[in-house]
Design a protein around this ligand. Sequence first.
Ligand SMILES: Nc1ncnc2c1ncn2[C@@H]1O[C@H](COP(=O)(O)OP(=O)(O)OP(=O)(O)O)[C@@H](O)[C@H]1O
Length: 347
Amino acid sequence: MLTRLVLTDFRNHGDLVLAPGTGFVVLTGENGAGKTNVLEAVSLLAPGKGLRRAALSAMARQGGAGGFGVAATLADGVEVATGALASAPERRVVRVQGAAASANALAEWLGVLWLTPAMDRLFVEAAGERRRFLDRLVLALSPAHGMHATRYEAAMRERNRLLGEDAPVDPSWLSALEQRMVEHGVALDGARHAAVTALDATLREGPADLFARATLALDGEAVEADAFAHALMTGRRRDAAAGRTLVGPHRADLIVTHAGKGQAAALCSTGEQKALLLGIVLAHAELAAARRGAAPVLLLDEVAAHLDPGRRAALFARLEGRGQVWMTGTEAALFEGVGADATRIAL
Ligand SMILES: Nc1ncnc2c1ncn2[C@@H]1O[C@H](COP(=O)(O)OP(=O)(O)OP(=O)(O)O)[C@@H](O)[C@H]1O
C-alpha cells in the first residue's frame, strides 16, 4: 500500500503529489487528464515494464528535461522509487530506501496487480499476454519469481545467440547455459503450478456472486529437471535451425474455462470474459492478502464504467476493506457507492 506518490515529469504530469488513503483511491477526470498515467506510474513500482509495456523514453514528459521519476512511500515507511535519467533514458533506475536495487527486488516490498481495457482480449490473444498476466499473479505470491524469469530468459537468449553463430560453439558453454535454464525454469514452472492450483481452489471456494467463476489450469506437464535438460541438449540442432528455443516454460499458457458453462474463456461473450477476468483478479487479491499478510495494490482502469450498476455495487462490496484499490473513471457519479472514506482525486 502506498501512503504517498510523487510523479516528476512522468507522462503529462510535471509534478504531482498524491496522498492515497488505505482503501479506495478514485481518480476522475476527462479523457486525457492523465488518470491511466497515474496507474501506470504505480505499476512501475513492481518488476516489469508497467501496465502499458511502454518504452521508458515514452514515459518522460514531452517538453521536460528528459528522464522521469516515480517515488512512493509504502505503508511501513519504506521509500521506493524508480525512473530514468535524462542521460540514460532507456535505463530503469530503482531505489529502495535510497540504495540502488534491481527492479525484481521491488516485488519484495509491494504487490501490484492491474486490470486495464487493453486486457479485454486477454483470453483470445496469443499465449504471451496470458503468460505475462499469470506471471504477475505468481509474483504477488512468490516475490522471487521475477528474478527466476529474468535469469531464465537471459540464459535462453545467450543460448539462442550461440546456437545461431556460424562458428562451432564450445559444448560445455552451452551445457552451462542449459543448466541455468533448467535451474530457473524448474523454479518458474513450480511457482506457476503452485499459484494456479491455489488460485483455482480460491476461485472454487469464493462467493457465488455476479462475477463468473473461472477454472484455471496451466497447459503441459510440470517441467522436470532431468527431462528438461535432456530435451535442451538433444534439441540443439533443431533450436539452431528454428532460431529459438522450442521447449521450456517460456512457452507455457494459462488455460481459463468458464466454470458455469464448461466453455473455454475465449468462446465466451465479451461481457462474460470481463467478468471472468475480474473474478480471477478478485480471488487473487484475496489469496495474495492471505499469503503475504498484505493485499496487493489493485489498479482497475476504467473498470467501473463498463459494469452495470448491480455488478458495480458487487465489485465495490467485494473490494471494501481489501486494501488499496485504485480506480479511474470520467464521472465521479460512478463511484458514489465506494463510501465516504475513499480518497477522491480529480485530475
Ligand atoms: N510522455 C508524455 N509527455 C506528455 N504527455 C504525455 C506523454 N505520454 C502521454 N501523454 C499524454 O497523456 C494523456 C493520456 O493520459 P491518460 O491515458 O492517463 O488519460 P486518461 O485520463 O486515462 O484518459 P481516458 O479517460 O481517455 O482513458 C494524453 O493527453 C497524452 O498526450
